[in-house]
Design a protein around this ligand. Structure first.
Ligand code: PLP
Length: 467
């Protein structure tokens, strides 16, 4: 779907009052949820005694309580009560080959059996994995492994500041670059500033310059006003929250030009997009080369714990050298044999299997089929769009509420509450998505998955009164 169409359809959704499922139906649905998820509920009750709030995963479906998962295979996951789900969470994006992909698992089991999990020293797979990343990503000469996307984002900012000798960083509102003190600013909802920054000192984000997504004038102004001290601009190249705030087709190009003009570095956070959107990442997909690339969970294909900061040779050179000239990063378990072998083999298998193309073809087909289905209910305005195997669906549009509107918070909360109830339905019918707005596909999703998925959405639509 073209950018302008996404914008106008989003506006349309926001002009429609969110349509709740009638209360009597909803209470039946809630009862069903409790009955079919007894063990999950039991676990949740126990977890509350030893885990704050009883749940640790931000991507969990928490409403009315989180589901505990037992196992995963291909595009399916099963919870502890034995319920089966069509999985579109895909562990938050990294699974491209399908869950528990045997050829990959066999390699890892062999390594654990024959070599052990980690020595804290350099291993062969570290080199093989780094070579594989460099081979695929056109903007990358050197790679430094870390242990999470959050760490890699932190390192990227440090590298940019060390290389340029400047302090400020442009961040686009609504985008996610991990949970470090400086990046938890204007999170999820563009323009929300320190809404999520409890426990963080304002000094930590004092050098973050917040720009609204696709606000070309605001961007130009931010560059001009901060040019003297601007180290970098950091972006999710498909737009914030993996495209929930989709990028204008000229946005990344403009970013690159402005960075060049003002001698700042461009950082692409490719935690989700590298090896999912394209084996060459968003940098190849958009043909825009960043100076620094941030990588995360995707390079371990679900194996813990991984991240990497990568980029141009000259820029990355601040990661080595003599005391006083190099930046400090660390991580005892970074670049361990399990994670780096998972990276090496996963990338090899993905290329061999043409995984990105298969997952993209499926997402294209599902997106079209869902839009055809949603067209039967123009009163709702629901729609889906995709960047390759990253599908974003919009039901109540809580993500796109204008934070400057006088009733913004009320709008977000009301729209979110209605969407949460939709998600109880889709989940009870066997669909696992991300945050009630996103679906990731893998290379194994097939016609059966597509038809079942459509059936679940059709069922949801039948529960929402017409008109
Ligand atoms: C774009 C982006 N950057 C950074 C991160 C943080 O990665 P991690 O959860 O490994 O810290 C995420 C996580 O979802 C992400 O989507």
């Amino acid at each position: 779907m073209e950018y302008q169409e996404i914008v106008s359809r989003s506006k349309n959704v926001l002009s429609i009052e969110p349509k709740p499922i009638p209360e009597e139906k909803l209470s039946e649905i809630r009862d069903k949820y409790v009955k079919r998820n007894k063990k999950s509920l039991e676990m949740f009750e126990k977890a509350k005694n030893c885990i704050p709030g009883g749940v640790e995963h931000n991507l969990s479906q928490n409403h009315p309580f989180p589901l505990a998962m037992d196992r995963a295979k291909g595009y399916r996951v099963w919870d502890v009560d034995g319920n089966e789900y069509l999985d579109y969470l895909m562990c938050g994006a990294p699974i491209m080959l399908g869950h528990s992909y045997s050829p990959l698992d066999e390699k890892i089991i062999e390594i654990i059996r024959e070599k052990g999990p980690a020595t804290g020293l350099t291993c062969e797979y570290e080199l093989l994995a780094a070579e594989e990343i460099v081979k695929n990503l056109p903007g990358v000469d050197l790679v430094r492994f870390l242990q999470s996307g959050t760490e890699a984002d932190m390192a990227a900012l440090r590298i940019a500041r060390a290389y340029t000798g400047k302090k400020k960083i442009i961040k686009i509102g609504g985008s996610y670059h991990g949970w470090s003190d400086q990046m938890v600013y204007s999170l999820h909802v563009p323009g929300s500033g320190p809404l999520y920054s409890k426990g963080i000192t304002p000094e930590s984000y004092a050098h973050i310059v917040d720009v609204k997504p696709n606000d070309f004038d605001g961007l130009e102004k931010a560059f001009k006003e901060n040019a003297e001290d601007l180290a970098a601009a950091i972006v999710e190249p498909v737009g914030g929250e993996s495209g929930a705030h989709p990028v204008h087709p000229d946005w990344n190009k403009t970013m690159r030009e402005l960075c060049d003009r003002h001698k700042a570095l461009l950082i692409f956070d490719e935690v989700v997009t590298a090896f999912r959107l394209d084996m060459g990442g968003a940098q190849k997909y958009f043909n825009i080369m960043p100076d620094i690339t941030v990588l995360g969970k995707i390079i371990g294909h679900g194996y813990p714990s991984c991240g990497a900061v990568a980029g141009r040779r000259e820029v990355m050179s601040v990661c080595h050298g003599s005391l006083g000239n190099k930046i400090y990063v660390g991580g005892t378990l970074a670049a361990n044999p399990i994670t780096t072998a998972a990276c090496y083999y996963a990338l090899k298998f993905m290329a061999e299997q043409d995984a990105v193309k298969k997952a993209t073809d499926y997402a294209d087909r599902l997106t079209k089929a869902m839009n055809d289905l949603f067209a039967t209910r123009p009163d709702l305005g629901f729609f889906v769009y995709n960047f390759g195997p990253i599908m974003q669906y919009v039901t109540t549009g809580f993500f796109s509420v204008d934070i400057a509107a006088p009733d913004a918070l009320k709008q977000v909360l009301t729209r979110k509450a209605v969407a949460d109830n939709y998600q109880i339905v889709t989940s009870s019918e066997g669909l696992c998505s991300l945050a009630g707005t996103r679906m990731y596909s893998c290379m194994q999703h097939d016609d059966e998955a597509l038809n079942k998925t459509l059936g679940i959405w059709e069922h949801l639509l039948s529960l929402i009164p017409k008109g």
